[in-house]
Design a protein around this ligand. Structure first.
Ligand SMILES: Nc1ncnc2c1ncn2[C@@H]1O[C@H](COP(=O)(O)OP(=O)(O)OP(=O)(O)O)[C@@H](O)[C@H]1O
Length: 333
């Protein structure tokens, strides 16, 4: 049933909901090279991209600026047509049947709003009710739910232009969910938000995914979004998939380091020990970087045997650092 949009992962067999096979997107760009001269150039924004996302998955889609993330999402909504390859969402070819697909997907572009700027929030919702031809009872139910969980009650009569960024974002997420989409594409949903607004948005998305089984594809520069929401992450760079797996696996791929922080009885010269190097000294405290895969216990034992150790802690690698290192290594290779 096309409009039976509630997903029940128990009844609904888990299958590939989003499928990309060798998808490419090439843009023709004209670049001015002189007064009356210009040069044609091709930009390969997405290159041989293949992946699948199962129903109910919540997947992070990350990469540096210009990697091809927005282009992918635009192809998944049907706004852009792939130059090559096969792409399906819920069995639909997005660019051929964009309107039919629109009833089944929700999209939030963090840097743009789908709301009517001059109208109170509730009027935008009423317009969407009509535009998407959402049955009255379903609209009411979804509206009430979004108002409650996204804390929108006090905002409904406020013109969108007067909302803060965080309020507007919650309003936009509500708008994307009024028609009960099976899949939600989020492009930078927490960009520019304060800590409290970010926490609200994340908790809402977690509940949405858990309770309704909504499939979520999340693009973000804030890795805490990924850490808190997604078990799986895909890393894209230069339009190509570089990594697809659990967030924790990125540490191994990035050959990252952990940090041992030791407090000594007194200020001492940097500790010299095999398999670790001092990266910072502050009074009696020293920071030693060591390979993430090496045993912290062995290193601690060696230091404790030779130095007056008072206290210690081990810091896990910073995902952000791991990813920037991955990009840097790729650029050099
Ligand atoms: N309409 C377009 N015409 C020409 N080139 C484009 C167009 N849209 C995107 N590109 C180019 O395609 C590449 C991928 O862009 P895209 O916006 O998909 O990256 P992104 O990963 O979303 O980046 P960001 O994190 O900065 O939003 C970039 O080189 C960009 O300049």
């Amino acid at each position: 049933m096309e409009t039976g949009l509630m997903t029940d992962p128990v009844r609904d067999p888990v299958g590939d909901f989003i499928e990309l096979d060798g998808v490419e997107k090439v843009f023709d760009v004209r670049k001015k090279t002189g007064f009356l001269r210009s040069e044609r150039r091709q930009v390969r924004a997405v290159d041989s991209l293949s992946f699948t996302v199962a129903r109910g998955e919540m997947v992070g889609y990350i990469g540096p600026n210009g990697a091809g993330k927005s282009t992918t999402i635009k192809m998944l909504t049907g706004i852009l047509t792939p130059s090559a390859g096969r792409l399906r969402v819920a069995g639909i070819d997005p660019s051929r049947e964009r309107t039919r697909l629109a009833r089944r997907i929700g999209v939030v572009f963090g840097q743009r709003t789908t709301l009517w700027w001059d109208l109170p929030l509730i009027d935008s919702y009423r317009l969407m009710h009509r535009m998407y031809r959402i049955p009255d009872a379903r609209y009411r139910e979804n509206l009430d739910r979004c108002v409650e969980l996204l804390d929108l009650e006090a905002l409904l009569d406020v013109p969108v232009r007067q909302l803060s960024l965080g309020q507007r974002m919650r309003g936009d997420i509500g708008a994307a969910l009024l028609h009960d989409p099976e899949v939600l594409y989020l492009d930078e949903p927490t960009i520019g938000l304060d800590v409290i607004s970010k926490a609200k948005v994340r908790s809402f998305l977690r509940d949405l995914n858990a309770e309704r089984g909504t499939t979520v594809l999340l693009t973000t520069h804030d890795l805490t979004d990924i850490e808190q929401l997604c078990r799986r992450v895909m890393v894209i760079d230069h339009g190509r998939l570089m990594y697809d797996g659990p967030l924790t696996g990125l540490h191994e791929v990035g050959e990252s380091e952990r940090t041992l922080v030791v407090d000594l009885e007194r200020e001492l010269p940097p500790i010299e020990v095999d398999s670790a190097r001092v990266v910072k000294v502050e009074g009696p405290r020293q920071w030693l970087a060591f390979p993430a895969a090496a045993s912290a216990a062995e290193l601690v034992a060696r230091i404790a045997a030779e130095f007056p150790l008072v206290d210690l802690s081990v810091r896990e690698p910073d995902i952000e650092a791991v990813i920037s290192r991955m990009y840097a290594e790729k650029a050099l290779s």
